[in-house]
Structure formats: structure tokens, C-alpha cells
Ligand binder design. Structure first.
Ligand SMILES: *[C@@H]1O[C@H](CO)[C@@H](O)[C@H](O)[C@H]1NC(C)=O
Length: 492
């Protein structure tokens, strides 16, 4: 950048665009109050002018203008009155009978065998907090197998496909679960290469579709573009909720429709225990006939920094309130009858949607154009400037859903996120690995296996390959009466 400043100081020879910026583009910028983007035109070298013109041309000015205006306007509006999620909207673990579980499992497998389920993975993030600039999904948490997050998830998809095939009359016809993987400009190329070099972990290459989430200009508090350099608008990814705009603009909802997909399982990349394409959850979703569903876990303690589901107004839609938006009394409020937290259903980014609902909601989101405004220090030509990043969140769609069901799951079975580097107090590779090893060890013991170990058992365990078992099923034949030395991987 220092070099370019020097270049800009020299008298700029007339380039492709001459001494004045292209008139038509300047007029369009003026229409939206963004002509400041050309403020340093006179100082730019010819190739910088070309770059700036292309940069501005790549921005959908009308759309961004609408987003900025609608988002600024909705800021600081009245706080919606919320109340706890009604009991009737939650299927708790305690309420669930073995018959329910069996029914949902079969129903889900049947729908998967019929090709009705697709999976959307949110994988735009880098492992920055884990000390890596690689996509988070490439990260290995140090399991005995050495598998990356992507590989664990791919193999779980393979396993569900196999189970779905076995559940039909024609077990030879393995159904395909299409996997849509959302990357970002920072992770796209590395992610594709990672999958190619590892032969898609056994999946068919054509059952995986990569697509990039969008970016949006960063703006000043009064809505003007912030310039990262004299010839480039500062931009940031549009949040994990950018998945909706991306699915729509890349026509992937149509692609799903053409494949006969009816249901979409959507989750974040960093959960080591994620049950991708979970037949039970799908069966429950179909059974309830809802538009949207979320797996939830009980909040571990009142101050836990998680978003929780609430109901907006009496009889209103369910939505997620962020930890930062909750006041102390709401965070700690106890229901006197049950003795439990009133607001206890943590959102863990494990969602199921009907395709029909996603088609509707992407239109509604685009029409409303309300994004969250995150106050950030944005790198700019004036150093770090106070500005706003525009983001949508994956859970923003719940307020639009005509019907939402919550499905409680056990944290130790399904939720072990990797967010922080080892040494932090929670959500580390070490903590996630231990949760997986403990869960899988319990499966092995329940299936009649034995464990020996040279380090204390509370620090280790065995890993069960997803090629053997998805959620602890079908392990008797492999484990009964056998002894496994921990740590190790049990595979076929
Ligand atoms: C407390 O919990 C009970 C049982 O789940 C429920 O019926 C009641 O509405 C709750 N009370 C409040 C004030 O939320």
C-alpha cells in the first residue's frame, strides 16, 4: 500500500478513463450519495482508476442503498416484547419415547432414500482464532484418526446414505445426499482444493456444490462507503445468513428443486459432534409438518454466552435473542414451577427447513433488506475508522417462519464446537476431541466392548469411524467381547 501512495503522488497520466471519472457511473453514485468513492480520482494512476471503476461496477448500488437505508432505519427500534418458548413448540429429550425415536428415524431414512434431503454447510470462516488461516473445515482436532472436520462430516453423510439404502427394498441403490458447501472469498479455493486432493472423502464429486457467500461494502455511521484504499471500497462477508442471498442469487434453490429435494439440513462447520443429515431430526420435522426447526440444548448456566430461542409477542413467531441483547434479569429468570431457567433453549446452529419455506423467506429477506449493523474498526485510507459491517445471521429466518419446532438434543451427544485455540477455557480442539472420545467410548461399552488405556480414561477414549456407525447403532458385531486400547480409532 505504501508503494501505491507514492505512485499516486506522481502526476497521473490520462488512462482509459481520462482526467474525469466516467460520467454515467459518477451520476449513479451521486444518486445514492456515494460519490465520495471517487474523491481521490485525480490522484490515481491509470490502472488504479480502472480498478476503482471495476470495483464500483461490481456493486449493486440500488440493492446496497436499500440495505443500508433499511438497516439504519430499523436500528434502535422498539425492542419486541418476548416471552419464553411455549412448551408445545419443544420436543424435549424426556418427552421422547423409544417408539417416537424409532418412528422418526425410519421416516427420515425413507425421505433420504427418496432423495428428498439436501445438506447446506456454512463454511465461510477461517480458523483465525485457532491460529490458522485455512478454512475451519480443514482443521484437525487431533483425533486418533487425524481426520479433519470436513472428513468427519463427509463420512457421516456416507454413513447415512448407506443406512437409507439398507432401509429400502432395494439396498443396492444408494441414494445421494447433495451437499452444498458455502465458502467465502477467503476460503473458497483452499476448500475446493482440499476436497479434490482428498477425493471428496469417498463422496461423488458431483454430489458436492461449492458456492461463495457474498460481501457487502462497509459503511460509515451515516451510510457512506468506507474506502479501504483510494481505489477500493472496504468490504466484509455478509454474515452466515448471507447463505440465503447466495442460495438465491446462484439459483441453488432451483437446483435443489430440480433434484427433487424437499428438506434442507443446515449447520455450521465447527461442531465436531454434528449429526449431519440426521434421519431422526428429519423424521421429526416431517412428522410435525413445520416450515423450520432447530435443534436446541439446555443452557448450561445462566451467563453462558449463547443465543436463546424466545417467542415474540403472544402467539408470535419464535426467534433467537443474542446473549448481548438479554438483560441480567432475563438471563437469570427462573420458572417457579419447574425451577429451571425460563429462557433456556440455546441455539446451536443445527437447522432444518422446507425448501418451500426457503423459497419464500429468501424473497422476504431481500424485500425487507434489514441487516444487523456491527460496529467495527474498518481498515481504511484514514487508518482504522469507526464503521459498520452489514450482516445477516442464519437464524434471522425464524421470525418469518409460519411454524417452528424445537428439538432438544443432549450437548454431550451432538454439540462440541471448536472456536478457540487450546489453552482457552472452553470450545477448544482439546475439549471437543475429549467429548467425541467419551461419547464414542460409551457407544462401544454399550455395544459390549471393553477399553484398556495407558492414560487415565477421563482424558482419552476410542474414536468410532462414521463408516462403522452414525450414532452408536450397529456396533455389536464389531465390539461385543472385544477389547480396544485407547486412544485409537475403530474402523471397518
Ligand atoms: C413455568 O413452567 C410451567 C411448566 O412447564 C408452565 O406451564 C408455565 O407457563 C411456566 N410459567 C411461566 C411464568 O413461564
Amino acid at each position: 500500500m505504501a508503494e501505491l501512495v507514492v505512485a499516486a503522488a506522481a502526476p497521473a497520466p490520462a488512462g482509459r478513463w481520462g482526467a474525469a471519472p466516467p460520467q454515467e457511473l459518477l451520476e449513479r453514485l451521486k444518486d445514492y450519495g456515494q460519490e465520495g468513492a471517487f474523491a481521490l480520482w485525480d490522484e490515481l494512476a491509470p490502472e488504479e482508476r480502472d480498478f476503482l471503476v471495476r470495483d464500483i461496477q461490481s456493486i449493486d448500488l440500488a440493492r446496497i442503498d436499500r440495505i443500508v437505508r433499511c438497516s439504519l432505519r430499523s436500528q434502535g427500534g422498539p425492542v419486541p416484547v418476548v416471552q419464553p418458548v411455549p412448551e408445545s413448540s419443544v420436543a424435549t429429550v424426556d418427552d421422547r419415547s423409544p417408539e417416537d425415536k424409532e418412528r422418526w428415524w425410519r421416516r427420515g431414512l425413507k425421505a433420504i432414500a427418496e432423495g428428498k434431503l439436501a445438506v447446506v454447510l456454512l463454511a465461510g470462516g477461517q480458523g483465525t482464532r485457532l491460529g490458522s488461516s485455512d478454512p475451519k473445515g480443514c482443521f484437525s482436532i487431533g483425533l486418533p484418526s487425524g481426520k479433519s472436520l470436513f472428513q468427519l462430516q463427509a463420512e457421516r453423510i456416507l454413513c447415512v446414505q448407506k443406512l437409507a439404502a439398507q432401509s429400502t427394498d432395494a439396498p443396492g441403490n444408494t441414494p445421494q445426499i447433495h451437499w452444498y458447501i458455502m465458502t467465502s472469498p477467503f476460503t473458497d479455493e483452499t476448500t475446493r482444493k482440499f476436497f479434490e486432493s482428498r477425493r471428496y472423502f469417498g463422496l461423488e464429486p458431483d454430489q458436492v456444490t461449492f458456492f461463495q457467500q457474498g460481501t457487502l461494502p462497509c459503511v460509515s455511521p451515516d451510510g457512506r462507503f468506507i474506502m479501504e484504499t483510494p481505489y477500493k471500497v472496504a468490504r466484509a462477508p455478509d454474515g452466515n445468513g448471507g447463505v440465503y442471498a447466495a442460495l438465491k442469487s446462484k439459483r441453488l434453490l432451483d437446483d435443489m428443486s430440480a433434484r427433487g429435494v424437499k428438506y434442507i439440513d443446515c449447520y455450521g462447520v465447527d461442531n465436531v459432534l454434528v449429526r449431519v443429515a440426521d434421519p431422526t431430526f428429519l423424521g421429526y420435522f416431517i412428522d410435525k409438518g413445520v416450515s423450520a426447526a432447530a435443534k436446541v440444548v439446555r443452557k448450561a448456566y445462566p451467563q453462558e454466552k449463547v443465543g436463546v430461542f424466545v417467542q415474540r409477542g403472544r402467539g408470535g413467531p419464535l426467534s433467537v435473542v443474542e446473549y448481548s441483547e438479554m438483560d441480567a434479569s432475563m438471563t437469570t429468570e427462573i420458572n417457579q414451577t419447574t425451577g429451571r431457567l425460563r429462557y433456556c433453549w440455546s441455539n446451536v446452529c443445527l437447522h432444518m427447513f422446507s425448501l418451500e419455506f426457503l423459497n419464500q423467506v429468501t424473497n422476504s429477506l431481500e424485500k425487507d433488506s434489514v441487516y444487523h449493523l456491527a460496529d467495527k474498526k474498518i481498515p481504511s485510507i484514514h487508518g482504522y475508522t469507526a464503521g459498520l459491517k452489514l450482516e445477516q445471521f442464519i437464524f434471522d429466518v425464524f421470525t418469518y417462519s409460519p411454524s417452528t419446532a424445537l428439538f432438544e438434543v443432549m450437548r454431550e451427544e451432538e454439540f462440541a464446537p471448536v472456536k478457540n485455540a487450546n489453552g482457552a477455557t472452553y470450545d477448544t480442539p482439546d475439549s471437543a476431541r475429549l467429548m467425541l472420545l467419551r461419547l464414542h467410548s460409551r457407544w462401544v461399552v454399550a455395544a459390549g466392548g471393553f477399553l484398556t488405556h495407558s492414560v487415565p480414561l477421563y482424558m482419552t477414549g476410542v474414536e468410532v469411524s462414521p463408516m462403522c456407525s452414525y450414532a452408536g447403532e450397529n456396533l455389536e458385531a464389531i465390539c461385543r467381547g472385544r477389547t480396544f486400547h485407547a486412544p485409537s480409532e475403530i474402523s471397518l
